[in-house]
Design a binder for this molecule. Structure first.
Ligand SMILES: [Zn+2]
Length: 204
């Protein structure tokens, strides 16, 4: 067989990919618990989105570390981290995934469920296959949690934190009594964290 330059290039790229994959698995997952400090996000009575998402981020952080991931939290106290510094962290750390952790709110107290926001469709071509698959994979994983929740995906107008890798999760409506009870329950937070970490581990 004649040496085909395309074939040689293909072999070289395959070998390189095989070498790189164990490193990719040990990549950094960045968690961005929304709001903080004077910006508490959605609030209902004593419940603040900023505080609930900080406590959840810590549970998810522990679960990801247990699976061998390096993690990076944009904040681990009740402070407001400027957008620029989050973007700088992304540039420095080069996370494999960025998850924004938020709660929804609505004028309608009956509105509930989990919402997953991904980059505009125009950004898809900048993503690797697993990055493109992650949002739907998370929908499937979160839909299996008891009690059953409605999980929907939506497109953002601009990439969250300027990177198409970033996904924004709204893990329930703070304005809905049942969702509020669930997301402030440590046992439910643990269930969510386990399912999310497992779903990430299946793809990365
Ligand atoms: Zn928020």
């Amino acid at each position: 067989m004649k040496a085909n330059p395309k074939r040689i290039l293909f072999a070289a790229v395959s070998a390189l990919l095989a070498l790189c994959s164990p490193l990719a698995r040990a990549g950094t997952v960045m968690l961005d618990p929304g709001h903080g400090g004077r910006d508490s996000g959605a609030t209902v009575d004593q419940a603040k989105e900023s505080e609930i998402m900080l406590s959840f981020a810590k549970v998810l952080d522990a679960e990801l570390k247990r699976k061998g991931y390096v993690t990076n939290l944009t904040r681990d106290t009740d402070e407001l981290v400027p957008l620029n510094s989050k973007r700088q962290t992304i540039a420095d750390v080069k996370p494999i995934i960025v998850l924004g952790l938020h709660l929804s709110s609505s004028k309608d107290p009956n509105e509930r469920g989990i919402r997953i926001f991904r980059s505009p469709k125009t950004e898809d071509e900048k993503l690797l296959l697993e990055e493109r698959e992650l949002p739907d994979h998370l929908v499937k994983a979160l839909s299996a949690i008891e009690p059953k929740q409605t999980v929907t995906t939506h497109r953002l107008g601009l990439p969250y934190l300027n990177t198409p890798k970033a996904i924004l999760l709204e893990l329930g409506f703070l304005t809905n009594a049942e969702d509020r009870k669930l997301i402030t329950d440590p046992a439910y937070q643990q269930k969510l964290a386990t399912v999310l970490a497992e779903a990430i581990n299946e793809l990365y």
